[in-house]
Design a protein. Structure first.
Length: 446
C-alpha cells in the first residue's frame, strides 16, 4: 500500500461517519466471461521517446511573496491575473488537521459547479458552496477511502464505496437529504469467480466513465492481495468483463471517459495497460505506473496523459488509446532540473485540455540553484496537442513540507473552476505542515 493510501486508510479508522455494508439492493443480470491474464498485452503502444519537446509558452515570472489570504475574499493572482479565493479555513470551521481537495484524478466539483468536495484528516468528507465559499455540511456515509464521485448531471447526487471497497458495493447519496441507497451489490457475483474476494475499488485514483455508466474495479482479498479486475455497467447492474490478475496487484485502476477502456496501472512487467471493457483486447500504454489521468482529446477520443521519467526528457506525453499513438507534449527535465506533477483530465466538456500542477522541483548539484524553470510550482492548463499551448493560471505557493501539502489541482467539467491545495508557505516551511487549505481559481468561459 502506497504512503498516500496507507495514511488515508489509517485516517479512515478514526472516522466516525457511518459506513453501511448492508447486503441489500443491486439486482442481478448475466455477467461477462472471465478472461485469464496473458503474460504480455497483445499491442504495445509507442515506447519511451528520445524527443525533448519544447514549447513557446515558457513563462518564467518570479513568484512574489503573498500573505496568506483570508477565507472567502477573492483576490487577483499577482502574476497571471486570475481570480483566486481561499475556499476553506479548517481551523475556523473546526475540521481536523486540514481541509483539502482529495486528488487531481477526482472530480471535486458537482455537475453544475456549485458544490466542492473537501477531505479532512479525520477521514470525513465535507461539502462547500463554490459560489458563496461557505461550509455546507459533513457527509454521513462516505468515510476514508470512499472514492466519492459526483453524478454527471444531477448536482445533488454522488456515488461512493464502502471504505477501501470492503463489501464490494456501490452506493448513491443524495447530498441535500442524506438519503443513501445501494445501486450495485457486486459481492456475491464477484465471489462466484473469486471466492476470496473482500474488496472492490479503484484504490482511490480511478473514476467511472464521463457519463457515470461504466466502472472498473480492482478486487483484493482480505490480505490485500490481488485476485482480479472487473468492469461494471451501472445502468444494467451487469458485470461486463472479469480479468484474473493471479496476484499481480495494480497500483490503481480507472475507466476511461468514453467507457470503452479499463486502464490498469502498475509497476510490474505488465506496466500500465488499457483493456477493452470485456478484456478481449489490450494496449500497453507505459512500462510503469506514473502520475497520470485519462482525458478526452479535441476529437473526443480517450487519451492517457502521463509523465515518463524513463524518457530522455522526462516527457509529459499523451497516448491516443484507440490508435496506440503517442505524442510528446513537453520535456520536464530542463537545465538539470526535474519536477513532480499531477494531472487532472476531468474537463470532459472542454476536450483537448488537461490541468497540470507541479511541485517538488529538484536541482542537480551542478545546476543553477534557486532559479526556477518555467513549469515549476504552478497550476496551468495544457493543450493536448504537439507543441501545445499552455495557459498559466497561478503559483500555488505551497511549500509542500509533506504529502498533504501537494497542490493536486482538480478541474471542473467545463474548465471554469480549479481547486488546489496549499500550505501557503511561499518559500518557507510552515510551522505546522498540516496547516493546509483549499483554494479555488475562477475562469471565464473560454
Amino acid at each position: 500500500m502506497s504512503t498516500r493510501h496507507f495514511r488515508r486508510h489509517a485516517a479512515a479508522l478514526s472516522a466516525s461517519a457511518s459506513v453501511m455494508f448492508a447486503a441489500c439492493g443491486g439486482g442481478g443480470g448475466s455477467d461477462g466471461e472471465a478472461v485469464t491474464v496473458d503474460p504480455e498485452p497483445t499491442l504495445a503502444c509507442s515506447a519511451s521517446e528520445t524527443s525533448t519537446a519544447t514549447l513557446a509558452d515558457q513563462d518564467n515570472a518570479p513568484i512574489p511573496a503573498l500573505a496568506k489570504p483570508a477565507k472567502g475574499v477573492p483576490f487577483t493572482e499577482p502574476t497571471y491575473g486570475t481570480s483566486v479565493v481561499r475556499l476553506t479555513d479548517h481551523v475556523a470551521e473546526g475540521l481536523s488537521g486540514f481541509a483539502r481537495q482529495d486528488y487531481s484524478r477526482r472530480q471535486a466539483f458537482n455537475a453544475d459547479s456549485t458544490r466542492v468536495l473537501i477531505y479532512s484528516i479525520s477521514g470525513h468528507w465535507h461539502v462547500y458552496d463554490a459560489v458563496t465559499y461557505q461550509f455546507i455540511k459533513t457527509l454521513t456515509g462516505p468515510a476514508g477511502d470512499a472514492e466519492p464521485q459526483w453524478h454527471p448531471t444531477n448536482p445533488d447526487l454522488l456515488y461512493y464505496l464502502p471504505t477501501n471497497g470492503v463489501g464490494m458495493q456501490v452506493r448513491e447519496l443524495t447530498v441535500s437529504t442524506g438519503a443513501d441507497r445501494v445501486i450495485g451489490d457486486l459481492s456475491e457475483r464477484i465471489r462466484q469467480r473469486w471466492p476470496t474476494a473482500h474488496a472492490a475499488w479503484t484504490k482511490s485514483e480511478g473514476s467511472p466513465s464521463a457519463d457515470g455508466r461504466y466502472w472498473c474495479f480492482m478486487v483484493d482479498d482480505a490480505s490485500w492481495g490481488s485476485v482480479g479486475v472487473l468492469t461494471w455497467d451501472r445502468d444494467t447492474d451487469r458485470i461486463t468483463g472479469m480479468l484474473s490478475t493471479n496476484g499481480d496487484r495494480p497500483d490503481h485502476v480507472s475507466m476511461s471517459p468514453s467507457g470503452n477502456y479499463c486502464v490498469v496501472s502498475g509497476d510490474s512487467a505488465r506496466g500500465t495497460v488499457a483493456y477493452s471493457r470485456d478484456f478481449q483486447t489490450r494496449r500497453k500504454l507505459l512500462s510503469k505506473s506514473e502520475h497520470s489521468d485519462i482525458a478526452l482529446d479535441a476529437n473526443g477520443d480517450d487519451v492517457f496523459v502521463a509523465i515518463d521519467y524513463q524518457s530522455s526528457g522526462g516527457s509529459l506525453f499523451m497516448t491516443h488509446i484507440p490508435s496506440c499513438t503517442r505524442t510528446e507534449l513537453f520535456s520536464t527535465y530542463i537545465d538539470q532540473t526535474a519536477t513532480a506533477l499531477h494531472i487532472s483530465g476531468k474537463a470532459y466538456a472542454k476536450p483537448g485540455w488537461v490541468l497540470v500542477s507541479t511541485y517538488a522541483d529538484y536541482y542537480a548539484p551542478d545546476a543553477t540553484q534557486d532559479v526556477r524553470r518555467w513549469l515549476h510550482r504552478k497550476v496551468m492548463a495544457v493543450q493536448l496537442a504537439a507543441s501545445p499551448s499552455v495557459r498559466h493560471l497561478a503559483h500555488h505557493r505551497s511549500y509542500v513540507g509533506e504529502y498533504w501539502g501537494e497542490p493536486q489541482a482538480s478541474v471542473n467539467r467545463d474548465f471554469t473552476r480549479v481547486v488546489f491545495n496549499s500550505d501557503w508557505g511561499n518559500d518557507t516551511a510552515p510551522t505546522d505542515p498540516l496547516d493546509i487549505d483549499a483554494y479555488m481559481i475562477s475562469l471565464p468561459t473560454w
